[in-house]
Design a binder for this molecule. Structure first.
Ligand SMILES: Cc1cc2nc3c(=O)[nH]c(=O)nc-3n(C[C@H](O)[C@H](O)[C@H](O)COP(=O)(O)O)c2cc1C
Length: 408
């Protein structure tokens, strides 16, 4: 766990622990990073992880995943604030990578009247109440989004971030292009896997050209979408192979979408019982993909104990351990893991006590986001925060925002 790791581009990470992306949702009204980011990332950089990955930074202010996302676009880069954020997150020889994202159809109604996506496929199930049916992107718009991803990567580099990560997982735009369920196009961007992966390959190649050969570029990729007719494990292995051959520095493995939120451990239809019982949710997939790629694999989701992490590293299922919620509750957890075997994550199942409320509110997200906000204000995370109070305030907040915040 304490061994360093050299990436294909030549950069080196000081150990095998990474903080995975957690959307901070605390940018200022003009979508810029601010002092809250500096305080939270200073804290994480002191916590001992070799790599910190930022929460998702959006490439277009018309299409947000959450109201207070940081956005990078031409004319509103907020370079000074990004530089302060990067300086805090790279203390202690820590790597800080910016995760770059476009939500595609996963932009809620109160933020987007008409979100965009590869195809105009409506949401399934209860989520249809929260998300509008997207419109299909035109070819020129797809080219423009590739430029936007590239521009964000160049800006991150200029600001002092030490790498970038393409968000290709969790049902956002890149992941929508990869999925035959969400991408039903008949042009060069859809149909065969070759065509469906064109968008992500073009983003990677364009970024690489712009940031040069020595700057780390990674991707977060789904092992599968866990949706009928969606992106499968075999698709995922092939995409990972192609990205590795193209020179990507790190592939982070996760899984799921808003419709099948397997990334935070929610059981999904068709998942084997043995998979559910193992500590890391996507370990079996990593065991399959690792022999097919030459780049390092970062595995995220479910790691809670020193032994679970050591086992995954020793078995060479992955080269790096990704931790998200554990680090929102305890920013010093990496140092504790590096210094001894007794460290155990404080992450526990959450409930408001009301089953019907638990079903409709994204409790895992709002409760941990609140912990990050506490860190941003210079406070300690608090395991005592009431899930019920937070769920009610958040539902109220979203109702109010839906009255005032529709943007396009
Ligand atoms: C509050 C919160 C925000 C998240 N935001 C992001 C994000 O912006 N990008 C991303 O790729 N994953 C995001 N995730 C998912 C985590 O990176 C991670 O994949 C997931 O929590 C499983 O890891 P864990 O079991 O260590 O928490 C978020 C998770 C939480 C709890």
């Amino acid at each position: 766990m304490s061994q360093s790791l050299t990436l294909p581009c030549g950069s080196s990470l000081k150990n095998r622990i990474a903080k995975s992306a957690m959307s901070e949702n605390m940018a200022s009204v003009d979508h810029q990073a601010n002092e809250l980011f500096v305080k939270a990332y200073d804290r994480w950089a002191q916590g001992g992880a070799g790599l910190l990955i930022s929460g998702n930074v959006m490439v277009d202010s018309r299409y947000l995943g959450e109201p207070k996302n940081v956005v990078i676009e031409k004319g509103r880069e907020g370079l000074l604030n990004l530089k302060k954020w990067a300086a805090a997150g790279t203390l202690n020889n820590t790597h800080l990578w910016m995760q770059i994202n476009h939500p595609g159809k996963q932009s809620p109604k109160f933020l987007s009247h008409k979100p965009v996506a590869p195809s105009a496929v409506p949401f399934q199930s209860s989520l249809a109440k929260l998300f509008n049916t997207p419109r299909e992107l035109a070819h020129e718009e797809i080219e423009e989004i590739i430029e936007r991803f590239t521009y964000a990567a160049v800006t991150a580099q200029e600001a002092g971030f030490t790498g970038v990560q393409i968000h290709g997982a969790h049902g956002y735009l890149v992941s929508q292009f990869l999925s035959p369920l969400h991408n039903q196009r008949t042009d060069v961007w859809g149909g065969s896997l070759e065509n469906r992966m064109r968008f992500v390959m073009r983003i990677y190649q364009s970024m690489r050209k712009a940031v040069g050969p020595y700057f780390p570029i990674g991707i977060k990729l789904n092992s599968a979408d866990f949706q009928k007719g969606g992106f499968t494990e075999e698709d995922s292995v092939q995409v990972a192979q192609r990205l590795s051959e193209a020179g990507i520095d790190l592939i982070e493995i996760s899984g799921g979408t808003y419709e099948a939120p397997k990334m935070t451990g929610a059981p999904a239809a068709g998942v084997k019982e043995t998979t559910i019982q193992r500590e890391a949710y996507f370990l079996e997939y990593c065991e399959k993909v690792r022999s097919r790629v030459s780049c390092p694999i970062l595995l995220t989701g479910g790691f809670r104990t020193f032994f679970g992490m050591e086992q995954a590293l020793e078995a060479k299922a992955c080269c790096l351990i990704g931790l998200a919620r554990s680090l929102a509750l305890n920013p010093m957890f990496p140092s504790q893991l590096l210094s001894g075997e007794s460290a155990v994550s404080e992450v526990k199942p959450l409930s408001t006590g009301l089953k019907s409320l638990d079903k409709v509110v994204p409790l895992e997200i709002i409760w941990y986001t609140q912990q990050i906000h506490r860190m941003g204000r210079g406070m300690n995370p608090s395991p005592q925060l009431s899930p019920l109070v937070l769920a009610i305030t958040s539902a109220w907040d979203m109702g109010i925002q839906s009255l005032f915040r529709v943007r396009n």
